[in-house]
Design a protein around this ligand. Structure first.
Ligand code: ADP
Ligand code: ZN
Length: 545
C-alpha cells in the first residue's frame, strides 16, 4: 500500500501540502489513504498524535461526493470543523441543538454536494429520519463516498470508553454496503479490536497498526503518601513550571481539592468535572487551550477530543481503571513530539475505591442483553487488576509492561532510561515465595475471610495492635510468621495474590452514616487449593542488594 503510483497520488501530495501544510506523510498515513481510496474497509490502530484525522480528511477532499464522519462528542466535532474551515475545506455537522430551519438548510446544501464532510454524533444516526433520508439518496446517486467511525473503540463494551449509541453503528455497513468504511482508534487490545470489527460488520477489512510506544513520553510511578500534593507541586515546579498539564483525579471532590492546593502554591489551575455547568466547562477548556491557565485537575471526562499539542505533563493522582485508559490519558501529553512527563501516584487502597466506583458505574451504564452486565463488570475488574499489577511491578520497564498489554514486542533497552524502573538500574533476583503465599492465604481462610488486607498483613508481621489483640489474632500460630519480611515485600506478595485472583477483595459500602467503603479479603477456593497442593508456585522479582 505504500506505492506512490495510484491514480490519485499526485493530487494527494499536492493537497497534503497546499491544504494541510504538511511536507510529507507520517508512518502509515499514505498506506491507509491508498487502501481506503481503493475501496476497502480499513481499520486503523494508531496512537494518539499519530495523525489519524488526515487519513480521512485528505481522501474526503480528493473523492467525489460526501464523507460521513461519526464522532462521539460535539466538542470534538466543532474543533475539527474549525480546523477544516481554516484550511477552506467545506465541512459541517448536524446537531440536535440546531434550529429546525438551520438543519433544513444544511440538509439542502448537503444534498447539492456543497460540503465534502459531514460530522454527526452516533445518536443522530440512530434517531434522525431526515439524516437517513439524506444518506439513502446520496448513496443511491453514488455520492456517499466514505463512512468514517472515529474513536471506534467506543463500540466495545470491553473497552474503557463504551458508548451505547456506538453499538448500533453496524447498520451503516448493512445499509450502505458498497461504501468503504474507515474505523479509527487509539486503543489497541486484540479483544477490543475484534469486538469493533464484528459490531461494525467489517469482516474483510484491512488492518493497519503501528507501535504504541511513545518515545517522547517519560513514565514515572511514585508511592502515594500524605505528602502527595506537595510532591506534585514540587514536580511541576522543578520540571514543568508554567507549562501546560493535566492532573487526573478519581472523584469530583478530589479535583477541587487538588486544584485548590495547587492554586495556593501559586499555579494557574482550574478543576473540571461532569457535575459542573456546561458553560463553565467550556470556558475552562478554552482558557486552558489558550494558555490562560496551565493546569486542569479533571476526572477522565476531560480529554477525549483535546488536541492541544503542547501538553507537557499528565499526572494521575489516583489509579487509572485500565492500562489502555492509562496509555490513552498519558497520550494527551507531547502530541507535538517534544519530551513530556507522565507521573502516576499509586497506593493499594485506591484499588478498593476504584473497584467500588466501577461496580456502580457499570450498573448505571450497561444496557441489555441479559448477562452483559456481569460480563462487562468482570472484564472491567480484570482490566483494573492488570493496572494494579503494573503499579506493583517495580522492576520491569514501564513501556514494556504497557506494550505487552497491547500484544506488542518491545526491547526495553530502547527505553533508554525514560521510565522509573529503567532509571533505577536495579539488578534483581527471582525468589520463590510460594511458602509465604500459602501462609497468607491460610491466614485469610482461617480467620473466616472477614478481614481487610491491612489487618492480614499486621497479623502476619506480628503486630500487637488493639484490633489484633481484641480479635485474639495474636494467639494464632501464623501470628508473626512473616516478621522477617520487610513490610513492602509482604504487602507486595499479598497484592500479587490479589492480582492473580487467588485472593479477592470483596468491596462493600458500609452502612455507617459516612457511606464509606470497606473491603475484606476472601480466597478463591480452587486457586488456593492449587497453591496448597503445590500445583502452582509463585516466583517474584526482588531488587538484588
Ligand atoms: P490523532 O487523531 O491520531 O491523535 P491528529 O490527527 O490530531 O492525531 O494529528 C496530530 C497532529 O499531527 C496534528 O497537529 C496534525 O496537524 C499533525 N499532523 C498530522 N499529519 C501530519 C503530517 N503528515 N505532517 C505533519 N504534521 C502532521
Ligand atoms: Zn523503561
Amino acid at each position: 500500500w505504500s506505492s506512490a503510483n495510484f491514480p490519485w497520488t499526485k493530487d494527494l501530495e499536492a493537497k497534503n501540502r497546499s491544504k494541510f501544510g504538511n511536507r510529507s506523510f507520517r508512518p502509515n498515513q499514505r498506506e491507509i489513504i491508498n487502501a481506503t481510496m481503493s475501496g476497502y474497509d480499513v481499520f486503523v490502530l494508531m496512537p494518539t498524535g499519530g495523525g489519524k484525522s488526515l487519513t480521512y480528511q485528505l481522501p474526503a477532499l480528493i473523492s467525489e461526493g460526501l464523507t460521513l464522519v461519526v464522532c462521539p462528542l460535539v466538542s470534538l466535532i466543532q474543533d475539527q470543523i474549525m480546523h477544516l474551515s481554516q484550511a477552506n475545506i467545506p465541512a459541517t455537522y448536524l446537531s440536535a441543538s440546531m434550529e429546525w430551519s438551520e438543519q433544513q438548510e444544511i440538509l439542502r446544501d448537503l444534498m447539492s454536494c456543497r460540503y465534502k464532510l459531514l460530522y454527526v454524533t452516533p445518536e443522530k444516526i440512530a434517531k434522525s429520519d431526515s439524516l437517513s433520508r439524506l444518506l439513502n439518496s446520496l448513496y443511491s446517486q453514488g455520492n456517499l463516498s466514505r463512512i468514517v467511525i472515529d474513536e471506534a473503540h467506543c463500540v466495545s463494551q470491553w473497552g474503557h470508553d463504551f458508548r451505547p449509541d456506538y453499538k448500533n453503528l453496524g447498520v451503516l455497513k448493512g445499509n450502505f454496503s458498497k461504501t468503504p468504511v474507515l474505523a479509527l482508534t487509539a486503543t489497541a487490545t486484540a479483544r477490543v479490536k475484534e469486538d469493533v470489527v464484528q459490531a461494525l460488520g467489517l469482516a474483510n477489512c484491512i488492518v493497519f497498526r503501528q507501535s504504541f510506544n511513545r518515545p517522547n513520553l517519560r513514565y514515572f510511578l511514585r508511592a502515594k503518601t500524605k505528602k502527595c500534593l506537595e510532591d506534585i507541586d514540587n514536580f511541576i515546579r522543578t520540571n514543568h513550571f508554567k507549562e501546560c498539564g493535566i492532573i487526573y483525579c478519581l472523584s469530583r471532590m478530589d479535583c477541587e481539592k487538588v486544584a485548590e492546593k495547587l492554586r495556593e502554591c501559586g499555579h494557574r489551575v482550574s478543576h473540571y468535572h461532569g457535575s459542573m455547568d456546561p458553560v463553565d466547562r467550556t470556558r475552562i477548556q478554552q482558557q486552558w487551550s489558550k494558555d490562560k491557565i496551565n493546569i486542569i485537575c479533571a476526572t477522565v471526562a476531560f480529554g477525549m477530543g483535546i488536541n492541544k499539542p503542547d501538553v507537557r505533563f499528565v499526572i494521575h493522582h489516583s489509579l487509572p481503571k485500565s492500562i489502555e485508559g492509562y496509555h490513552q490519558e498519558c497520550g494527551r501529553a507531547g502530541r507535538d513530539g517534544q519530551p513530556s512527563s507522565c507521573l502516576l501516584y499509586y497506593q493499594y487502597s485506591d484499588y478498593i475505591r476504584v473497584r467500588h466506583m466501577l461496580t456502580q458505574g457499570v450498573a448505571e451504564q450497561t444496557v441489555a442483553p441479559r448477562g452483559a452486565y456481569e460480563q462487562a463488570l468482570k472484564t472491567h475488574k480484570e482490566n483494573l487488576l492488570s493496572m494494579v499489577s503494573y503499579c506493583e511491578n517495580d522492576v520491569d520497564c514501564r513501556r514494556l509492561l504497557q506494550l505487552i498489554h497491547f500484544g506488542e514486542r518491545f526491547d526495553p533497552s530502547l527505553c533508554a532510561k525514560t521510565c522509573d524502573n529503567c532509571l533505577k538500574e536495579l539488578r534483581w533476583v527471582e525468589k520463590d515465595v510460594t511458602n509465604i503465599a500459602r501462609q497468607l492465604v491460610e491466614l485469610v481462610t482461617m480467620t473466616g475471610q472477614l478481614h481487610s488486607s491491612s489487618h492480614i498483613l499486621e497479623v502476619y508481621r506480628g503486630s500487637l495492635n488493639q484490633n489484633v489483640k481484641k480479635l485474639r489474632h495474636d494467639t494464632l500460630a501464623l501470628h508473626g510468621a512473616g516478621k522477617h519480611l520487610a513490610k513492602g515485600d509482604a504487602s507486595r506478595i499479598l497484592h500479587y495474590l490479589v492480582t492473580e485472583g487467588i485472593l479477592i477483595e470483596d468491596v462493600k459500602k458500609s452502612n455507617n452514616i459516612y457511606g464509606s467503603i470497606s473491603s475484606v479479603l476472601k480466597a478463591d477456593h480452587l486457586k488456593a487449593c492449587d497453591l496448597r497442593s503445590g500445583k502452582c508456585s509463585i516466583v517474584l522479582k526482588f531488587p538484588a542488594l
